[in-house]
Write a protein of this length. Sequence first.
Length: 638
Amino acid sequence: MMNDRQTELLHKLLIHKDEVFRVQSLADELECSEKTLRNDLKLLEQFLQTESAAYLVRKPGIGISLVAPEEEKAKLFNRLYQTEKKTDQDRKLELAYRMLVEEKAFSLNELAADYYTTIPMIKNDLDVIRQWLESYHLQIISKQRLGSKITGEELNKRNALAHLSELVASRADSNQSVIQLFPGYEVDIVRQLVRQLEQLFSFHFAEGEKESLVIHALVMIKRTRQNSLISIKDDEKASVHQTQEYEMAEWFFHRLGEVLRIKFPIEEQVYFTWHLISCKSPEWSASSSDPFVSEVIDQLTFQMQIMTMKNFRDDRVLMDGLQIHLASTIHRVRYGLTIRNPMLSQIKKMYPYMFSMVVMGLEEVKRKYELAIPEDEAAYLVLHFQAAVERLEKRRNRMKHVLIVCELGIGMSHLLQAKLEQTYKGLDIVGCVAERNVDSTLKQSHVDFIISTKPLQVTDPPHIVISPLLEAEDKKQLDRFLQSMDESGNKEFNMRSLIDYIHEDFCILKAPFVHRFKVIEGLADVLSEKGRVKPTFGHRTLIRERSSATAIGGGIAIPHAPSEEVHQTTIAISTLDEPLEWGDEKVTVVFMLAIAPNDQKRTRPLMQAISKISEHPELVEKIRRADNFSEMKQVLLK
């Protein structure tokens, strides 16, 4: 009977079959003396002689390795899992690792036997892994009597290997779980060389970057040993040869090759150089402007200004921030270096409007420059634009833009204006007009609220009626009005504004859709048939959805397309019989937004209103359960 240390020794040799281990490195990894490790190897050798056709090969001066035919390896895995059953997460992680690094196909029976579990459990693991691999453009191909294997480009496989921790992201030690899949002595060597690299070249890595480099280097060692090499174009090689990072990569692989007795091809050095460049500090990026980056920023901010009607280009902080951030983003996208944004789902929920605007803006960037920026990167850009909006609104909030409406002549109007300016320092009087001129003034000027000497038929913006003499009671009333506006944060939405764009003809309640794309097609068809949108609206909405799922949390999704696809602003709604997968979330209520060009200013408040609904699960459930349009409308109005 083997003890825990000996079991762990066999496990390490099994998952790195045919690789050579140094005895001292194994001893260090298992936290025992070299003498103890040699005794463990003798016991393991005796165990293999009696229980298996596998055997140890000793290479003097080099190390030791395990040789095991596939069927014997399966039996040994079986024995291991009888004594030490792994968690579901450990099993998924190790299964994904094996399938990514081995070219062979695995049968369900073989995997179930290897991991001492059931075939349905392995099928479930493969489904989880299959879905995760999609973001790396990899597939699991299953063939009868042959088994399942992962197919795709080598660069994508490496990206997936480097991000295996995503499969166990709920665990605090997820990165450590991945590190443990590699030989301990290689981990130690790589970490030591990365530290030396920092010192020698005065190049500081953030802790997350350092760990990422270690994992990428370990993957490169593994794939080089397996002769699974990446392909890099000559011009891409030439573009990095004169950089400091290439010099660093040369030094790193020369030392690594000497220690491990591996000759790394030039492509591996270039690939590692790309990773080093992506670790450059923002200060370097800002000081090394790239004309292409500036073009992309111009295109993106141009689109954002059109869609949001906000003058982003005048915000120097935003433009400088985009110059720094997009330089790194474009580098990663160009060379297939994937990152994950841990705040993605929170950003989508907190800023659904800005997230949607950025994604649609990036679609134009993709169309013009063939540069596909993924949603994880887009979410970081959302924070830049959202901060710019809040800076803009903070400046606006310092001064309330007020329109005075007075029918009592110019003299009385000017007296009221003078009294207001003397008493309230935060008011910017944009004009004094008669009631008949209110509509034209609102079209020409930004007005936060109206102060009138008589009741008006205007609902937006809000207005207050006071005496033109601004007596004490009027001041109290105006104080309360201003306070209520401040408390609501100049609230840009209310549920009634949402109701204005909802109609029974555009609602599909308790629908039996089986996929989110079918929901989008169904609602888009209804809108198109009634002439509310162009026939291409559905197609553009699907393109937007494929870029990034429009679920905003709370069981709600907000699919939409650019405004040029819309004739008349309408919100189509579908409630679903059963929760439907919508990206990484489950959705029960779908609001399809069709916003016409002349109503673009409504996009943000409408999205905010829907976002507010998503914060109340009981309200979402009442909408889902509504049997007819009238019932659903009443729920929204409460």
